[in-house]
Design a protein around this ligand. Structure first.
Ligand code: DP6
Length: 335
């Protein structure tokens, strides 16, 4: 009863921020449908990927997990059990688990490391348990560990239906990369851990006066972005994604736990994006719960965007990412 899986991280084009009230903290039901690109790093030595091994065995006296060489305890281990327990019950297995997981990119720096991790966990755990579940169903189980993990169960471009119950809140693939050639040039301005986790931030979204309008606009924009992806319309996808990211940060900054994920360097990257656009280069930005900036552009423009960003001394390094393949099991185990 041992299996391993790899899964990539994702970047939201329409954001998930704040949870449905009756969904409770445990269910991670978002307020609005949202859209993302599952991303594979193709430069900078980072594939933006998690590799996770899960084993169930009678020889283990308790559940345990090691992430990046660190033994997890408390809320962190609890989140892992939220995903594994229902699968273990489904399979009728009582053995404890041992899990090992490694990311090839900075953990908790706003590069959505937990999305890749929980997606790989759901795939590896279900495979170790001998369960044969659809990607859509697996996405609902990954969601219990981290909301955005739901979207990493597919490669390419992905649509998360907010739903109103566990079963109806799942991710569906919009398309693999080909119909919409897109790269994200990630400008890393800080690789440290973020101060307040998204898990905590979501709980305060409803206290911002802008939360309800953000939710309403995002619901409409999710559909517009899905159609624009299928129409290969970068201008529509990019301009909506950029706007939607700013709505989320407006909510973050104005909630009763004010969250300022942007740093001075973040704003400098935003200015570079505007300058490139003024010069006729089609590039747009989006920012998650951290200071780093994803710059969205056509693959043929990625090197020029990268060169421009790396020219600023506020940028530590960049990673170019493209739409990733589907996550899958692999034979190589971590222990
Ligand atoms: C800002 O609750 O999925 O990235 O579990 O901490 O990775 P973690 O985050 P999660 O919230 C992610 C919020 C976001 C926007 C998004 O990905 O939609």
């Amino acid at each position: 009863m041992k299996a391993s899986a790899i899964s990539h991280s994702n970047i939201a084009l329409i954001k998930y921020w704040g949870r449905q009230e009756d969904g409770g903290r445990g269910m991670n039901l978002p307020l609005n449908d949202n859209v993302s690109m599952t991303k594979e790093g193709i430069s900078g030595g980072s594939k933006l990927m998690s590799h996770t091994t899960v084993e169930f065995s009678r020889s283990y006296e308790m559940d345990s997990m090691v992430l990046e060489g660190r033994e997890l305890t408390g809320r962190e281990l609890e989140r892992v059990r939220l995903v594994v327990d229902p699968l273990r019950t489904k399979a009728g297995v009582e053995e404890h688990f041992r899990i090992g997981s490694r990311n090839d990119f900075p953990t908790a720096a706003g590069l959505a490391s937990s999305a890749a991790g929980f997606s790989a966990l759901a795939i590896a755990a279900s495979s170790a348990l001998g369960l044969d579940l659809s990607r859509e169903e697996l996405s609902t189980w990954a969601r219990l560990g981290s909301g955005s993990a739901v979207r990493s169960l597919h490669g390419g471009f992905v649509y998360w239906h907010k739903g109103s119950s566990h079963e109806t809140s799942f991710a569906e693939k919009v398309c693999q990369g080909a119909p919409f050639p897109l790269n994200a040039v990630i400008a890393i301005v800080n690789e440290g851990r973020k101060g307040v986790s998204s898990d905590v931030g979501h709980e305060h979204a409803h206290t911002s006066p802008f939360n309800s309008i953000r939710t309403e606009l995002s619901q409409k924009e999710a559909l517009l972005v899905r159609d624009a992806i299928l129409d290969n319309d970068l201008r529509t996808v990019g301009s909506i994604a950029e706007r939607n990211s700013k709505y989320m940060h407006a909510v973050m900054m104005t909630s009763d736990l004010p969250l300022y994920y942007w740093q001075g360097e973040t704003l400098k990257v935003i200015r570079s994006v505007h300058a490139m656009r003024d010069r006729g280069l089609e590039v747009y930005f989006t920012i998650d719960a951290g200071p780093n900036v994803h710059c969205l552009c056509r693959p043929e423009d990625a090197l020029e965007v990268q060169k421009e960003l790396e020219g600023g001394e506020h940028v530590l390094r960049t990673i170019i990412a493209r739409p990733a393949e589907d996550p899958h099991t692999i034979d190589e185990h971590l222990f």
